[in-house]
Design a protein around this ligand. Structure first.
Ligand code: GUN
Length: 292
């Protein structure tokens, strides 16, 4: 029987640890503060931001937000970031991605003060994390490692395939999973859109992490018996039985792999809740909190 890994439960455990640290900060008269910049009105980004802000409210993290129109100029966006860089009530700044085409994303992200870059996208943080010298770990990769450790699937010594080489998930994960420390020590293969024979790699893998942004990229014919699958995909598909008119599905053909895999994260309720809670953790660290 396949085990469905409950991301909501794991996130709840981490939330309890965060709540303790927020209380410690409160005793030092510090209220963590997160600023969110959401450019334009992309529906998926809107949903993510709403969920992040709801969690901040529940935890007692102060939020401020800016919602500029999608025709904002590079300079105007930099000015907004600068405003929050110099705001003493703000410890973390999140520029929701993707940004509109006229914006140079790397340039904009480099304007966030590295000590407020709770997303871990600033080159200084990418460098530190790559070198294993601290820095903010992006929330989704950090959450995936928590899922593996807390579900009894320590990556150490495992053969792992990552599908997808994005800045937000695949690249930082490749780095973290190969480091010589807790949550690392795996042998990792990175597959992407130019990989010739995906099955060749996935069929030998103990753990497969799928962050491709494409549905049905993995099915039973491509995996070995007992594999653990982490499905990072969130794809909207039409569903007239839902009030919203759509439902979320992952990148993996769930029903197909369920015959062979030993464990899988569902969509929704798998990686998603971890992505939100690990961002909260980075905000608390930015405000001066610490975790073991
Ligand atoms: N868009 C999709 N995922 C993320 C994320 O983790 N952070 C930001 N800022 N934007 C995103």
């Amino acid at each position: 029987m396949i085990k469905i890994i409950n991301g909501r439960e794991i996130a709840k455990d981490i939330r309890s640890e965060i709540e303790i640290e927020i209380l410690n900060l409160k005793n030092r008269n510090i209220i963590p503060g997160l600023a969110v910049i959401l450019v334009g009105d992309d529906p998926a980004s809107n949903t993510y931001v709403r969920m992040k802000q709801k969690m901040c409210a529940e935890l007692g993290i102060r939020t401020k937000d800016a919602r500029p129109n999608s025709n904002i100029s590079q300079e105007e966006l930099h000015a907004l970031i600068e405003e929050y860089n110099s705001d003493n009530e703000i410890h973390g700044i999140l520029v929701q991605l993707p940004l509109p085409d006229q914006i140079d994303e790397n340039l904009a992200l480099s304007k966030v003060l590295p000590e407020k870059d709770v997303d871990g996208f600033h080159p200084a943080n990418v460098g530190k994390v790559t070198l294993g010298e601290g820095g903010y770990v992006p929330a989704t990769p950090a959450g995936i490692i928590e899922i593996l450790l807390r579900s009894g699937n320590d990556p150490a010594g495992k053969n792992i395939v990552i599908i997808g080489r994005s800045r937000i998930v695949g690249r930082p994960l490749l780095n973290l999973l190969t480091q010589k420390r807790k949550g690392g020590n795996a042998t990792v293969t990175m597959c992407h859109t130019s990989t010739k024979d995906l099955s060749f790699h996935t069929s030998k893998s103990d753990i497969i992490i799928v962050a491709a942004g494409t549905t049905n990229i993995l099915d039973a014919s491509m995996i070995k018996e007992g594999v653990v699958i982490i499905d990072v995909g969130t794809n909207r598909v039409e569903d007239s039985s839902k009030k919203s008119g759509y439902k979320l599905i992952g990148d993996v053909n769930f029903d197909s792999v369920a015959e062979k895999a030993s464990a899988i994260t569902p969509v929704p309720g798998g990686v998603g809740p971890l992505t939100i809670i690990m961002l909260m953790k980075n905000c608390v660290i930015a405000a001066g909190g610490s975790f073991k």
